[in-house]
Design a protein around this ligand. Structure first.
Ligand SMILES: *Cc1c(COP(=O)(O)O)cnc(C)c1O
Length: 491
C-alpha cells in the first residue's frame, strides 16, 4: 500500500477510536515542563563505548544458515545492531556501576537487599518484595501460590513465560484485551485496555471463585508495547473489588506505560512519571517484575505483594527455586543496581528520550512505506509480517522468514513474534495469533540515531525485494517456548 494511503487509513481508524472517549485524546508529545520545539535528545553523554564487529553479506548468510534461520541461535559476535530484545541489554549509568562496587554480598540480610526493598516500597508502593533471578522466576512462584488446577486467569493479552507458568500450575489464560489490540492498523491510544464485556462473560461462565486474579501488563509487550489507560485501570479496580478478584501487575514496562498516560490522558499532562507509576501500582494487589527492562539492569526481577499470606508463602517457595528471600538468585551488586535503576527509570527526561528514539525509528519506517503496528509502542517497532509478505500463509512462518532476511541484509538482529512464539495449545494444535510480527526491540541507552537510520534503511531494502522472499519450514521443534530454539529451512 502506498504511504499516503497507509497514513490515510491509519488516520481514519484513529479518528473513529478517539472520538469514542473524549477523555482519551491522543495528543502529540506535550510535556508541560519541556520546550515543545525540542526533539527527544538523550539526557546523558557517553563515557565508554563497546566496539562492534562489522559483518559482510557472505558471513551473514553462513551464520543464519548455521543458526537454522532462528535469530535466537545466532552468535552475538555475528550481529551488528542487536534488536533481539530490550531485556537485560540496557546500558547502566555511572551511578549504577558505582552502586555495583558497594554491593553487599552477604548470604543473608544483605544491605543491598534492603536498598532494593526500599526502592520498591518508595517508588512502586508495594508492601513486600522478594527478589528473583528474573521475571519468570517471580511468575513461577506467584503462579504456584495463587493458581489451582482448573482456574482461569484473564489478562490483557498473553505473554510467553507468564502464560506458560499459569498453565504449568493448571490454569488457563483467557484474553480480555480490547479487539483493537489485535489489529495492527488500529490507532487506538490505549490498546492495552481491558474489554469489560469479555471479562464479564468469563465471570458468568466460570464464576469469580475460579478466577484467582487478573493479570495486567503495563505496556503490553505482545501487542507491540501498547499502554493501558489509567481510566481503564481505575474501572478495573472498582470492578474487581465488587467481584473479590485480585489484580496482579506484570509491571515489566510500567514507566513506559506511565509515559504514554502522561502524553495521552488529559488528566496526567502535568503529572510526573514517578507519580503516575505509583498510582498505577496502587490499583493492583501485587506484581511480578522483570527488572531487565524498565529498571535498566542486565539481570534481576522480583515478586511484590500487599498481602502478608502471599508474602509468607512466596518467602517459603523462593528458597526452593531461587535462593534465600534476601537475594533470590541475585548478587548483592545486582540488587544495588536495581535500586538505582528503578529511580532512574522514573525520570521524565529519560522516558522522553527512550520512547522518543523508538518513535523516531517508527516514523522513519513509515516514511519508507513499511507496514508497522500503530501507534508506535514503547519498546520497539513491530513490523506486520502478514502485510509485508502477503504471498505467504501463516504456516510458512512469514515473521520468521522476514527476521532472517533483515539479518542477512544488514546484520540487524530482530525476533519473530507470531505463530512460532505463540506455540501450541494443550491439545497439540498451533495457536494462530492474529498478529504475525517481527519485533525490532530497542535496548535502553545503547544505540544512536544513526543506528536507527541504518535499521530503517535495511528494512526498506528488504521491502523492495519482498516478493522474492520465500517461506520457512520448521525442522526442529522444542517442547517448551519453541521460538527460542526451533530450527528452520527455506521452502
Ligand atoms: C520479559 C517479560 C517477562 C519475563 O521476564 P524475564 O525477566 O524475561 O524472565 C514477563 N512479562 C513481560 C511482559 C515481559 O516482557
Amino acid at each position: 500500500m502506498p504511504l499516503f494511503l497507509f497514513n490515510f487509513v491509519a488516520c481514519i481508524l484513529s479518528f473513529c477510536n478517539i472520538t469514542e472517549d473524549p477523555k482519551l485524546l491522543y495528543l502529540p508529545i506535550n510535556h508541560s515542563n519541556m520546550n515543545h520545539k525540542r526533539s527527544w535528545a538523550e539526557p546523558y553523554k557517553i563515557k565508554m563505548v563497546e566496539l562492534l564487529k562489522m559483518t559482510n553479506l557472505k558471513d551473514r548468510i553462513k551464520a543464519i544458515k548455521e543458526a537454522g534461520f532462528n535469530t535466537f541461535l545466532l552468535k552475538s559476535e555475528d550481529v551488528y545492531i542487536d534488536l533481539l530484545t530490550d531485556s537485560g541489554t540496557n546500558a547502566m549509568s555511572d551511578q549504577q556501576w558505582s552502586a555495583f562496587m558497594v554491593g553487599d554480598e552477604a548470604y543473608a540480610g544483605s544491605k543491598s537487599f534492603y536498598h532494593m526493598e526500599k526502592a520498591v516500597q518508595k517508588y512502586y508502593g508495594y508492601k513486600h518484595m522478594i527478589p528473583t533471578h528474573q521475571g519468570r522466576g517471580a511468575e513461577n512462584i506467584l503462579s504456584k501460590i495463587l493458581i489451582k488446577p482448573g482456574d482461569i486467569i484473564p489478562g490483557n493479552m498473553y505473554f510467553t513465560t507468564t502464560r506458560l507458568h499459569q498453565e504449568l500450575s493448571g490454569g488457563t489464560f483467557a484474553d480480555i484485551i480490547i479487539d483493537e489490540a489485535h489489529d495492527p492498523l488500529s490507532n487506538h491510544p490505549f490498546k492495552g485496555n481491558v474489554d469489560f464485556q469479555k471479562l464479564e462473560d468469563l465471570i458468568k461462565k466460570y464464576g469469580s471463585d475460579k478466577i484467582p486474579y487478573i493479570s495486567i501488563a503495563t505496556n503490553v509487550n505482545m501487542a507491540g508495547g501498547q499502554p493501558i489507560s489509567m481510566a481503564n485501570l481505575r474501572e478495573l479496580r472498582t470492578f474487581t473489588r465488587i467481584h473479590g478478584i485480585r489484580i496482579i501487575h506484570d509491571m515489566t514496562r510500567v514507566a513506559e506505560n506511565a509515559y504514554f498516560i502522561q502524553q495521552r490522558e488529559a488528566e496526567f499532562h502535568s503529572r510526573s512519571i514517578a507519580e503516575i507509576v505509583k498510582e498505577i501500582c496502587s490499583y493492583t494487589d501485587g506484581a511480578t517484575m522483570s527488572a531487565k527492562k524498565d529498571a535498566l539492569v542486565n539481570i534481576g526481577g522480583f515478586i511484590a505483594t500487599n498481602e502478608w499470606d502471599v508474602y509468607e508463602e512466596a518467602r517459603n517457595l523462593v528458597v526452593v527455586y531461587e535462593g534465600l528471600h534476601t537475594y533470590g538468585g541475585l548478587a548483592g551488586r545486582d540488587m544495588e543496581a536495581i535500586a538505582v535503576g528503578i529511580r532512574e527509570s522514573l525520570d521524565d527526561n529519560h522516558q522522553h528520550a527512550r520512547v522518543g528514539q523508538v518513535e523516531y525509528l517508527g516514523n522513519k519506517m513509515l516514511e519508507f512505506g513499511i507496514p508497522i503496528v500503530l501507534p508506535v509502542g514503547g519498546h520497539g517497532i513491530f513490523v506486520d509480517a502478514k502485510a509485508f509478505l502477503p504471498h505467504l500463509t501463516q504456516d510458512q512462518f512469514p515473521a520468521q522468514a522476514l527476521a532472517a532476511e533483515v539479518y542477512i541484509d544488514s546484520g540487524v538482529r530482530t525476533m519473530e513474534r507470531g505463530v512460532v512464539s505463540a506455540g501450541r495449545k494443550a491439545d497439540g494444535t498451533n495457536y494462530y495469533p492474529k498478529l504475525e510480527l517481527v519485533r525490532f526491540t530497542i535496548p535502553r541507552r545503547v544505540y544512536t540515531q544513526a543506528h536507527m537510520d541504518v535499521i530503517a534503511e535495511s528494512v526498506a531494502n528488504v521491502y523492495d525485494r519482498r516478493k522474492k522472499i520465500r517461506g520457512m519450514k520448521m525442522v526442529y521443534e522444542p517442547k517448551y517456548l519453541r521460538f527460542f530454539q526451533a530450527r528452520f529451512t527455506k521452502l
